[in-house]
Design a protein around this ligand. Sequence first.
Ligand SMILES: NC(=O)c1ccc[n+]([C@@H]2O[C@H](COP(=O)([O-])OP(=O)(O)OC[C@H]3O[C@@H](n4cnc5c(N)ncnc54)[C@H](O)[C@@H]3O)[C@@H](O)[C@H]2O)c1
Length: 250
Amino acid sequence: MKLQGKVAIITGAGRNIGEDTAKLFSKEGASIAVVDLDKARGEKVVADIVAAGGKAKAFVCDVGKEDDIIKCVKDVVAAFGRLDILVNNAAISDNKTMFDITTEEWNRVLAITLTSPFLFSKHAALAMIAAGNGGKIVNVSSTSGYFGRDRATAYTAAKGGVVNLTKSLAIQLAPHKIRVNAVVPNKIGSPVGKDEFDPTRPVLNLVGRPGVPEDLARAALFLVSDDSEFIVGTALFVDGGCTTLMPGNA
Ligand SMILES: NC(=O)c1ccc[n+]([C@@H]2O[C@H](COP(=O)([O-])OP(=O)(O)OC[C@H]3O[C@@H](n4cnc5c(N)ncnc54)[C@H](O)[C@@H]3O)[C@@H](O)[C@H]2O)c1
């Protein structure tokens, strides 16, 4: 087991990518803090993990609010006695053009999708530094952080920010033996903010199938395990090779 004795916070762990990441980390021996705004979703994932013999606890937290984040980190350390891993997975999208999106909507998308990885990393890192055991942080970006889109104006801006935030955090936390990396998914499971998997969702990649949440979970596991000891500040594409195809000539 790769994460025996470790404690991991996974934000947005109530479904899809976060859910499968929580379940895979648990299989690898970690105790899981299932963090989600939706209480019922979080509790269902915890029940599944516990039924499978793992250790998990649900924490209701709005990652768009710093007070919630501070409380959540404290509660996790109090519940499990330590904190080793943080996966900043929660995000929302806007699906709006620059003319449709209101300033309020823009601010909410940025708060949850970009500011939250900053603040959660900051408060988790403070706990990790105080404990002196090092740690691992994985930020979930998106291929939407590398390309423009005709909508999702705030989401694309936020996800681009996540990539460079990851590099600054990696530099600043390296002296504390906290490794920070990002993963870059494309079309994994259901679209962000949706429950249903649409098998007709168009997919153009080199693998020839849509991604499933476990594809991303396995990449995140690699980045939080000792297998990736020499990998710091990188952005690992988990996109079936879709960004390898030259735009316009695919
Ligand atoms: N699904 C994809 O195809 C895809 C593609 C590229 C990137 N991503 C990224 O992967 C990550 C996970 O995506 P997903 O599709 O699994 O998302 P999802 O919408 O299926 O699940 C997100 C979870 O986060 C929770 N959440 C939302 N707002 C929250 C808040 N303010 N505080 C706490 N929890 C909150 C939701 O309740 C939900 O359980 C996101 O960062 C997303 O941008 C996903």
